[in-house]
Every structure is written in C-alpha cells, then in structure tokens.
Design a protein around this ligand. Structure first.
Ligand SMILES: [Zn+2]
Length: 435
C-alpha cells in the first residue's frame, strides 16, 4: 500500500512542508542517541499515540524533493518489516516524507528504521505521510521490544510447566482443544517454542514448574523471564526441605508449586506438608496450590489416590490459620468449588487465584460464568492469569483469548488479571519489568 497523492507534494508543497518539518527538527542530545536504552518507554508510548503509523521498515529508495538552507526533505520508499500501528501489513510498501538537517545523503534511509508517521491531508495536494523526526530511529532490539510492549501490554503467566517435550508420550498426543500435535521433538525445541509464544504475547514473566532438571534448563534459556516453581505431581514428589531451602535461597526456585497434592492423594492439611509450608512462610516464598478439577478418569489411570474432594480449597484453611504470613494462590481458582473459593477469598485477603486451564479447556460460557462470579463478588484484584502450558505452547494464546473475549471485563479488570495483580502478589519491581 502506498500513500496517495505523493508526487504532487514535491512540486507544490515545498515551502509548507519545509516549514512544518522545522518544528520537528529539535535535535536529540548526541549522548542519548548512543544510549542502548534510548528512548524511554514513556517517550515511545507518547510518540506511538501521537502518530497514525508506526512500523519497522527497510528503506529501498530515497529522492531529494526539496532543499531550503539547512534542511533537506526526502521522499522515502520502504517495505514494512513489522507493523505496529496503522493500515500497513508486513511486506507492504510505504512512502513518506522525511525532513533532515543538511547535508544529507540518500544512503541514510537504507538502514532498518522504526518510523513514526503523521498522516497529513490537504485539499490541494491530498494525503501523505511525514516522519515525526525526533522519533525515527534505527531498529534496535531494545526499541522494538518497547514498541511490542506498547502495542501488546505485558502479561505475567503464573502457571506454566517446564516439562520434557515427551512428558505426555512419544510423540505427544494432540492438543485437546485444537487437535494439533506439538512440533517440538527435543527438550530444547520445546523450550524455544514456549519462549516464542511468550514473546508473541509479551509474557514478561512466567512461573514454570516441573521436574528440577527441566526447570533449571528453562531458567538457563530465559533467566529474566522464567521463575522456577517446585513441582509435585502424579509422578513427582517434592524434593526434601533442605534442598528446597537451598533452591529458594539461590533463586533457582521462587515459588513452592504447582503442588499437585490432589493427584498424589494428599490434602494440603496433611502433616507431611507442614515443614514445606513452614519453610515457605519463613522464606516468604509464594505457594501455588492445585485446586478443584482433575483429568477425566484420573483415579483409574495416572493417579489411583486422586479424589475430587481433595481439590476443595477449604482444605487449605487450617494451613492459613497456622501460617498467617503465607502467600498462597489457588491454581485453577478452586473450580468448580465457587462458594468455597469465595469464602476463602473473603476471609483470607492474602489468598489469590489463577485461571489456568479454565480459560481454554472449559466450555467458554462456563469459564466466563465462573470468572464473572468472582468479579461480581469483588475479587478483581485477586485474580491472576495462567495458561497451564504443558507441552502445547498454543495453550498460551488460547488462555489469553479466554480472558480477552470476556465482554463483562473492563480494560482495568483485564490489565489487573494479566499483569498488575501478579506484580503485586509476587512483589515485582514494575519499573524494572518495564525497562
Ligand atoms: Zn493444576
């Protein structure tokens, strides 16, 4: 797609264009342009909002269309590599006008740049795009990352799993919703596939639990994005308390969970868990407890000791009383124990819930009814996003869509669920996350 009426401008509007461009030509401090972190996120967001087109482009032609003393105006042709705002798609061509300080040369437009373009319209010479000068910068990964974060605000996934690629069989079965088989055929490919989905949805942090060796591998692949979780599941017992203490102290693990106690036939109130909760409370480590639902046929297959009743979140109550400083989130939001979940949330303000698996595996109306009940009960600040990605990375996108499609949620509810509630619960440094 190209700007309409472009060629008229070069003959007719030279003085007007040059005059307008002068206003945009406030030079940046040289130092700031050398800084990897430039421009700050707020600057990017303001410019993004001020213009009609933002895109990562590759220039392929530039023609000098006007010169006044000290300023040159170029007409630049480029191909869109990654669109951020406006009517252009990747691969489209785009033309814009760009005023620069003289002397200038056409080669300066051939590098990859991020352009912020104003749509200008004039009855006499039509429609054209003009660069917002201070904002057009080389396409660094830092700048592109900030733009993605402006377009797709950050998300924290409180519930995914660091498993081997074949944790569910060789090859893994198809996804129960989409019917697609995972493409990964090695543990490395499995991590890469999940990290790519996290990047696509701007998931800036994820709590990843699984067998210790897999969690270590995932943390090594993305130390800034992966928080390790101590996992207990159908085939995995918790490590001993001393090993866990070391792992929490070193930062190798940051969360006690997912505790799939229900799959192991254990109530959270079982005395053998007491040292773990005491440790988590003493070290101020959040606890992630599987609650509510289970796989169809679990007691006949993976987990002979699994019982529906062991998923009832009220079984946690005595633990909360014994450990008042424990920070806990109920994974799967206690579903379908709505009344018990609301009761716990009402009485114990330190308790949060995550929406993992409900947001893609339940019938959508059922999930939305459950979520709406929690919102209507006033718990919008205590609900966390989770995907329960296991070996099917597309679960992440399905989980995001489950929240995005809830028409009863306000934008504030969504931002709270996707991000702000987790920042508060995990006590993250939001400024550091944003940069
Ligand atoms: Zn679970």
């Amino acid at each position: 797609m190209q700007a309409r009426g472009g060629c008229k401008i070069c003959c007719v509007v030279r003085p007007i264009l040059a005059c307008t461009l002068i206003l945009w030509l406030i030079p940046l401090p040289a130092l700031a342009q050398d800084d990897e972190e430039w421009p700050p996120l707020d600057y990017v967001r303001n410019d993004y909002q001020a213009v009609q087109v933002v895109a990562h482009v590759q220039g392929f032609g530039a023609t000098l269309v006007s010169q006044i003393p000290g300023y040159d105006t170029w007409r630049v042709s480029c191909v869109v590599l990654e669109p951020f705002k406006g009517p252009f798609a990747g691969g489209d061509t785009l033309m814009y006008f760009h005023g620069v300080e003289a002397p200038s040369r056409p080669g300066m437009f051939s590098e990859e740049r991020v352009v912020f373009l104003l749509a200008e319209n004039n009855a006499e010479w039509g429609f054209y795009y003009a660069a917002l000068e201070n904002s057009t910068l080389p396409a660094s990964e830092t700048l592109l990352g900030k733009l993605r974060s402006v377009v797709q605000p950050p998300i924290i996934d409180m519930h995914l799993h660091a498993f081997g690629w074949d944790a569910y069989g060789t090859p893994p079965p198809p996804h129960e919703v989409t019917g697609n088989r995972p493409t990964a055929e090695t543990d490395e490919e499995a991590v890469e596939a999940v990290l790519a989905e996290m990047a696509r949805y701007n998931i800036v942090k994820a709590v990843a639990s699984g067998p210790a060796e897999h969690v270590a591998r995932w943390r090594a692949a993305a130390p800034d994005r992966i928080l390790g979780g101590a996992y207990a599941g159908p085939r995995d017992a918790l490590p001993d308390v001393a090993a866990l203490r070391d792992a929490f102290a070193s930062g190798a693990l940051s969360v006690l969970g997912e505790l799939g106690l229900q799959y192991r036939g254990l109530s959270p109130g079982d005395p053998q868990l007491e040292p773990y909760f005491a440790l988590a409370e003493a070290m101020d480590v959040p606890v992630a407890l599987h609650t509510g639902l289970g796989d169809a046929g679990a007691p006949y297959g993976c987990c002979p000791n699994f019982r529906v009743t062991l998923g009832n979140p009220v079984l946690l109550e005595d633990v909360l009383v014994r450990h008042p400083a424990l920070r806990v989130y109920l994974m799967h939001a206690g579903y379908p124990y709505l009344q018990e979940t609301k009761a716990l949330l009402t009485v114990y303000p330190q308790v949060y819930v995550d929406l993992a698996v409900l947001n893609w595996a339940l019938p959508r109306a059922e999930f939305h009814a459950y979520l709406k009940a929690l919102i209507d009960a006033g718990f919008g600040k205590r609900i966390l996003f989770g995907s329960d990605q296991m070996v099917w990375p597309e679960s992440i996108g399905l989980a995001v869509e489950g929240i995005e499609s809830a028409t009863f949620l306000t934008d504030e509810h969504k931002r709270d669920i996707f991000y702000h509630n987790a920042v508060r619960f995990l006590r993250l440094d939001e400024a550091a996350l944003n940069e």
